[in-house]
Write a protein that binds this ligand. Structure first.
Ligand SMILES: C[S@@+](CC[C@H](N)C(=O)[O-])C[C@H]1O[C@@H](n2cnc3c(N)ncnc32)[C@H](O)[C@@H]1O
Length: 226
């Protein structure tokens, strides 16, 4: 029987293993997960409300569907940046951006979301979906502090993530159980989304609570606490 605890599960696989896994999955990702997750990503994008002329960063852009939506929203005068661990994902997303004719306003690179290669206070907004929950518990605050560092003082952060709630239902217990045993296949795990953001110094502006196969998913809009 799966256990339940008030703590987030730990992440045991290395980033190198995660990278290899996403490289392998990249060609199939949209078929495997992209369709079911996209409607939740769209809720996050609606919360972000990207505007003309803005400069926006996405962490963990995957196959680049959100990058494309953001690039359309910021228009000619705006710019969209993305960072992702996987070279396979980088290739697919770059092809998608090129096919849409948006390469002039998009800059994608490979790298680790916990060490953002961007200068301070550069972005109007940071967006990340189904990626924060891939970082180990002790790294989540590091990623969020990196988001804060690269955001302008009036900037906003939107996170879409599987969410752990105070009362843990059977679907979450089962998922956590699978995550602990086959972390390469069940790699995301539910995290305390709003709490982690608040602990890192963000004020929660809006949280939309949803369910995906019985698992809670939160889309959270926040701003830097003044
Ligand atoms: C579950 S997929 C989500 C992709 C996309 N955001 C979406 O919602 O469809 C997670 C993505 O995060 C990337 N990723 C994993 N660990 C990362 C890290 N440490 N830094 C940056 N990206 C990472 C993976 O390569 C993958 O593209």
């Amino acid at each position: 029987m799966p256990h339940s605890s008030g703590q987030m599960s730990r992440v045991t696989r290395t980033k190198e293993t995660a990278k290899v896994s996403y490289d392998r999955m990249s060609r199939w990702y949209d078929l495997l997960a992209g369709t079911s997750e996209w409607k939740f990503v769209k809720v996050g994008l609606d919360l972000l409300r990207a505007d003309e002329g803005e400069s926006i960063l996405e962490i963990g852009y995957g196959t680049g569907k959100a990058i494309l939506a953001l690039a359309n929203a910021v228009g000619d005068g705006g710019r969209v940046y993305g960072i992702d661990l996987s070279e396979g994902m980088h290739q697919i997303a770059s092809e998608r951006v090129k096919a849409a004719g948006l390469s002039d306003r998009v800059e994608l690179r490979c790298g680790d979301g916990a060490k953002l290669p961007y200068e301070d206070h550069r972005f109007n907004a940071v967006f990340t979906s189904f990626t924060l929950e891939l970082f180990d518990t002790l790294e989540i605050p590091i990623v969020l502090l990196e988001c804060m560092r690269v955001l302008r003082h009036d900037g906003r952060l939107v996170v879409v993530s599987m969410a752990k709630k105070d009362v843990t239902g059977f679907a979450v217990r089962l998922y956590e159980w699978a995550h602990e045993r086959i972390p390469n296949y069940v790699d995301c795990r539910p995290i305390f989304v709003s709490q982690s953001m608040s602990d890192a110094g963000f004020d929660i502006v809006e949280c939309i609570e949803m369910k995906m196969w019985g698992l809670p998913v939160d889309a959270v809009r926040s701003r830097i606490r003044p």
